[in-house]
Design a protein around this ligand. Structure first.
Ligand SMILES: Cc1ncc(COP(=O)(O)O)c(C=O)c1O
Length: 412
């Protein structure tokens, strides 16, 4: 709060394509698609129009019980049609955090319904990020997010982010008959843009299957085109038991998220058992106007081939950023899985000067690039999927300018 007070706020006013403008008329290339969501870019009046039209007709109604609206029911079917699991069912929320809350309760209730109520432990990965609601904060893989908020949810464990053997060992130690689920982001996003080691995701899926543990993939960042397929799971051939989504479903034009659930997890919920109705849901679950916006957003993704563009950007981003690898402040570039990358500021320099990455990001604004620092000091690169090759050069040269300025200040 003190830093913002000192530097003042940047007030953004409008956006178009991959660019946004502040209230003084300065233009910035958006290096991050907002918080990884603006996949179709800014200024899509078509989406605004669809939401407004739905608001004029029926802006929303509670979707509890047997009540729904046409855009919502159709959206569930549309998502089911592109999901990596057969016969998928969809539970809508207002964003990623609520999706994580929902899926934690869902997996635990699943085990309770199938007669294994001791299976409650949720295993997540070090460096993982699953949002900052209650359960999300309890399973986040970076301790800084947990500081000073008192006791969190119990029944959680974390394992090394890159080791199938660590998962196997944790399940053995906790005992498989106490483990409910393993949660994993295909690419660890906010935790630093850490790409899965080759074969990692298939290996952990296999371990989950072998021990009956539910495999939950958090695709809040990856979904709807960013990684060159509808979901990372589709691209790699995973078939998770449940998958969380948000962000790219509406490109952030309105808040919307959800959980996609495969057949295995659905079954006990559809049976009329002693447990009765599952009393879980949110005021805005299934919001009709959000669903209407999502349809048009997905129409744009399809019409403009943005899933394929996500795949092309994998190489284009790597090419554009390549010259930065030699910069004295940069230790590593991470890319190679869709339109996501990180420019890692040298951890050895950050150890002496922890504010260095923040200053580079602030400095980049003077070079026309709006960016963000990840956990671990990397610079987040996840532009709108409508970004052009020329825009990427603008992004790289803006970052190079900011790195040069920071290096010069570092030496003086
Ligand atoms: C992988 C992942 N899961 C969950 C969330 C939480 O989403 P939200 O901020 O919409 O609650 C995020 C947000 O960045 C995320 O990256």
């Amino acid at each position: 709060m003190r830093a913002v007070q000192a530097s003042g706020e940047l007030i953004l006013e409008r956006g178009e394509g991959a660019h946004v403008w502040d209230d003084a008329g300065n233009r910035y290339l958006d290096a991050t698609a907002g918080l990884w969501y603006a996949n179709v870019g800014y200024g899509r009046t078509e989406i605004a129009g669809a939401a407004a039209a739905q608001m004029r007709k029926l802006h929303a109604y509670s979707h509890y019980g047997d009540v729904s609206s046409r855009p919502t029911t159709d959206l569930a079917e549309r998502i089911s049609g592109i999901a990596p699991m057969a016969d998928a069912a969809v539970f809508f929320t207002s964003g990623g955090g609520e999706s994580i809350e929902t899926v934690v309760k869902m997996v635990r209730r699943y085990w309770s319904l199938v007669g294994e109520p001791d299976r409650t432990v949720i295993i997540s990965r070090e460096r993982a990020y699953h949002g900052l609601a209650g359960y999300g904060t309890s399973i986040v893989g970076t301790e800084a997010f947990k500081v000073g908020v008192g006791p969190l949810a119990g029944g959680t464990a974390t394992v090394a982010w890159d080791s199938p053997e660590a998962l196997e060992a944790a399940i053995a130690e906790i005992r498989a008959d106490r483990v409910a689920a393993f949660f994993c982001e295909p690419i660890i996003g906010a935790g630093g843009v850490l790409l899965p080691p080759k074969g990692y995701l298939q290996a952990v899926q296999g371990i989950c299957r072998a021990h009956g543990v539910l495999f939950v993939v958090d695709e809040v960042i990856c979904g709807y085109g960013r990684v060159g397929d509808w979901f990372a799971s589709n691209r790699i051939g995973l078939e998770p038991d449940a998958l969380t989504f948000a962000k790219g479903i509406t490109s952030g034009y309105v808040p919307l998220g959800g959980v996609v659930v495969g057949k295995r997890m659905q079954e006990p919920f559809w049976e009329t058992g002693a447990a009765g109705v599952w009393r879980h849901g949110y005021t805005y679950s299934g919001h009709a106007s959000a669903a209407a916006a999502a349809h048009v957003n997905l129409d744009i993704v399809e019409r403009e081939g943005l899933v394929a563009r996500g795949l092309e950007l994998e190489n284009e981003i790597a090419e554009a950023l390549a010259p930065l690898a030699a910069h004295e402040l940069v230790s590593e570039l991470r890319s190679g899985f869709g339109a996501v990358a990180a420019v890692q500021v040298d951890p050895a320099l950050l150890a002496d000067d922890p504010g260095l990455s923040d200053r580079i990001v602030l400095g980049a604004r003077r070079h026309g690039v709006l960016g963000r620092v990840l956990v671990g000091g990397g610079l987040q690169i996840s532009p709108p999927l409508v970004i052009t090759r020329a825009d990427l050069d603008e992004l790289a040269s803006g970052l190079a300018g900011a790195l040069d300025d920071a290096a010069a200040a570092h030496h003086s």
